[in-house]
Design a protein around this ligand. Structure first.
Ligand code: 5GP
Length: 174
């Protein structure tokens, strides 16, 4: 049954086409280096699964658990690490993989936290970028789509843990 609280913002086809482009661009930029991909849980899990396949070559997959919303639709600005990396990243070429950048507080915090661990490279990719509500000066190295200031769900993004399995991105109308 169609859910009339959802309206499609980015189709499955458009997402997949853009991920292919991002993967090729990232692989070209990193050359033949092994890339340590650091997925920010939970929202990035679908994007990461498709992106690492599009990047190709040698990649390692690691995950950071972060909680910043506590179930609501507004960022609290308080970033809680619920699962840290299991290995050191010193000397590695790293790519942080995020689902969406909104205020920028989460990624800014993670970037500072990881950069002190001495990676050789530390880049950031986000599927979605919502620059309208940025509170810190942060520009990702790679962004899939710039979107308006709307609350979106799907393709890994949730509302109260639902909707993550939608294969497209939708605006949620409460
Ligand atoms: P920021 O710290 O940049 O404000 O927010 C980052 C996190 O907030 C994202 O990783 C994501 O979990 C959540 N977030 C921000 N905007 C949205 C949105 O429109 N929809 C959903 N579902 N989560 C969002």
């Amino acid at each position: 049954m169609p859910d009339n609280r959802l309206s499609t913002l980015i189709s499955e086809e458009a997402i997949q086409a853009r991920i292919s482009e991002l993967g090729a661009q990232i692989r070209a930029d990193f050359g033949s280096e092994t890339i340590t991909c650091i997925g920010v849980l939970k929202g990035s899990f679908l994007f990461m699964a498709d992106l690492v396949r599009a990047i190709g070559g040698d990649v390692r997959c690691e995950f950071l658990g972060v909680s910043s919303y506590h179930g609501g639709t507004r960022s609290t600005g308080v970033v809680q690490i619920t699962q840290d990396l299991r290995f050191p990243i010193e000397g590695q070429h790293c790519l942080i993989i995020e689902d969406i950048i909104d205020t920028g507080l989460t990624l800014d915090y993670l970037h500072r936290m990881l950069s002190v661990r001495g990676p050789k490279t530390l880049k950031m990719v986000t599927l979605l970028d919502k620059p309208a509500r940025r509170e810190v000066d942060l520009t990702p190295d790679y962004a899939g789509f710039t979107i308006p200031d709307e609350f979106v769900v799907g393709f890994g993004l949730d509302l109260g843990e639902l909707y993550r399995n939608l294969p497209y991105i939708a605006v949620y109308h409460p």
